[in-house]
Design a protein around this ligand. Sequence first.
Ligand code: GRF
Length: 210
Amino acid sequence: AKLAIFVSGGGSNMKALHAAILDGRLNAEIAAVVSDKPSCGGVQYAQAHGIKTLTYPIPKSNDFPGLTASEMVDELKNGLGIDFVILAGYLKLIPSELVKAFPRAMLNIHPGLLPGFGGKGMYGERVHKAVIASGARWSGPTIHFVDEEFDTGPILAQGIVPVKPTDTPKKLAARVLAQEHALFPHAVSALVDGRISWREDGIPILWSDS
Ligand code: GRF
């Protein structure tokens, strides 16, 4: 299967997926890394590993500057033959046309337990700060299908880590991120291999969970 991975930051989740591909745990190919931040760590890693990159340097827009959403769809689907889109630390909203072009084929990872601690502006340390402030004893990553809003699509998988009394957002972020790296390759592998069933109410179930 051909993946397009969208990144805006360091790209450690993308690296975890790439590592899983290289050692045979994930039967896929990263056909493109797409970013709104041309010099972010994720793009640099892709360039260093000969992975095609598509970058859109203008910030503060939810569109892809220089390219309409339908041109983006055309490039991903017809130009590159992308089967699945994986958002790995991509911070912009995905235009609805692009969401619709990949039904049940676009995943996002969020560093908190949705449906709490998500939504517009809830990313990075803000999530962990809110979790600590809430007094919650557990946190963890959520992997979900992407719909047209931030962090609201159907949940596919979650991991849990303890929230410790002495945690800072930074410490909690590191603990959750380690769990993200373990969980994401499993979830993407289930997606590309078709090991997901859909409940009648639209909830996806991993075969390994049932
Ligand atoms: C991760 O915590 C992910 O859950 C969130 O952004 C962070 C990206 O980290 N959406 P990285 O770029 O994969 O290192």
